[in-house]
Write a protein that binds this ligand. Structure first.
Ligand code: SF4
Length: 355
């Protein structure tokens, strides 16, 4: 079904969503209240990078931790990369953390500590894609930019019953969002749409009875809300295998720093078999000796594949390892090592097994 083209409907949607936000805006640590001064661009940028592929609930504590430790973009630019990676641990999609620091350095060194204001200029920053550039331009600088995240995609596809399957349908959804985005207050409007998408127009069981745009909603009129947005057929993810190595000595375990490039690059982790490069979990252990292998102790899902992890535990008493990149880490302080979630899961499995 084509997006209908009645400007009156667009105006009504825009007005109802705007009015709803005045009363019902979610209070989030990176936001300014509706209609007040524009928020700090550093906060908007940081939160938007964290929110890519991650829920608001998971991001809040990380945002607070980062802004406490690095209150300005200049301070983040001067931070040690390993510290930033460790502080990011658990949030996933670690390329974002590397780009975060790169972008902070760029803004500090090249742009004199000031974020550019225009969507087109923001797009040039490391790690800033189309969505993030539009969100920062609208929310932090009041530019009329068209912001479409997953919540807005769902809301708008339902409002206009856009049935072109994703990702082809994205262009139609964006065009519809363009038509309902007001000239002024595009930032508040985008955040209002995000809120409605996250809390009312949810994937399952949308709460149409309390929705401020129920009367204008084409999907509601059709009685087929969950049909939209139309998803492409699901592909099954390939499964890879990995093997992690557990070497323990006097209450400490052996960790290694992952290579700087590639998945989870530069992060501390258990030694492994190089699974990220496509190995099948059977590479040589970091030292000769007796190993006991526990199969498939952890399953983890990445965007393009799933990973099943075996844990090989070193059984000999004597440990012969002198490699420079070895780190012995006290097990009772393992929470401070900043291990990525995948490795933290394996550590938790092993510690539970010991009890
Ligand atoms: Fe979503 Fe229902 Fe509101 Fe339509 S009426 S926008 S389906 S919550």
């Amino acid at each position: 079904m084509a997006v209908d083209s009645f400007p009156a409907k667009a105006r009504k949607i825009s007005a109802n969503i705007g009015a709803h936000y005045v009363d019902k805006a979610r209070k989030l640590p990176w936001r300014s209240p509706p209609g007040s001064n524009l928020p700090d661009p550093y906060h908007v940028w940081l939160s938007e990078v964290m929110l890519q592929q991650t829920t608001v609930g998971a991001v809040k504590s990380y945002f607070e931790k980062f802004t406490r430790r690095w209150p300005t973009v200049q301070e983040l630019a001067r931070a040690d990369e390993a510290d930033v990676m460790a502080a990011w641990a658990g949030l996933g999609y670690y390329a974002r953390a590397r780009n975060l620091r790169k972008c902070a350095v760029h803004v500090t060194d090249i742009l004199d500590g000031r974020f550019p204001q225009k969507e087109s200029e923001l797009l040039q920053l490391p790690g800033v894609g189309a969505y993030t550039a539009a969100a920062i331009a609208a929310i932090a600088f009041g530019e009329r930019a068209v912001v479409v995240d997953a919540n807005i995609e769902r809301l708008v596809s339902r409002l206009f019953a856009i049935d072109t399957p994703l990702p082809r349908g994205k262009a139609e959804i964006r065009a519809a969002m363009d038509r309902i985005t007001p000239k002024h207050g595009a930032g508040d409007f985008a955040q209002a749409c995000m809120d409605i998408g996250a809390t009312i127009c949810t994937s399952k069981n949308p709460k149409c009875e309390i929705c401020p745009v129920q009367e204008q909603c084409a999907a509601h009129a059709l009685g087929n809300m969950e049909f939209f947005p139309v998803k492409p057929p699901k592909k099954t993810k390939p499964v890879r295998r990995a093997r992690f190595f557990w070497v323990e000595q006097q209450g400490r375990i052996l960790l290694a720093t992952r290579p700087p490039k590639g998945m989870l690059g530069g992060m501390r982790a258990l030694p492994d078999d190089g699974w990220a490069a496509g190995n099948d979990g059977h590479a040589k252990p970091p030292m000769a000796g007796k190993w006991q292998v526990h199969d498939n102790i952890v399953q983890h899902s990445f965007t393009h594949f799933s990973l099943e992890v075996d844990l090989a535990v070193y059984q000999d008493e004597k440990i012969a390892t002198n490699k420079d990149d070895n780190i012995w880490w006290a097990l009772d302080q393992i929470a401070e090592a900043g291990l990525p979630t995948l490795y933290a899961k394996a550590v938790r499995w092993k510690l539970k097994e010991k009890k």
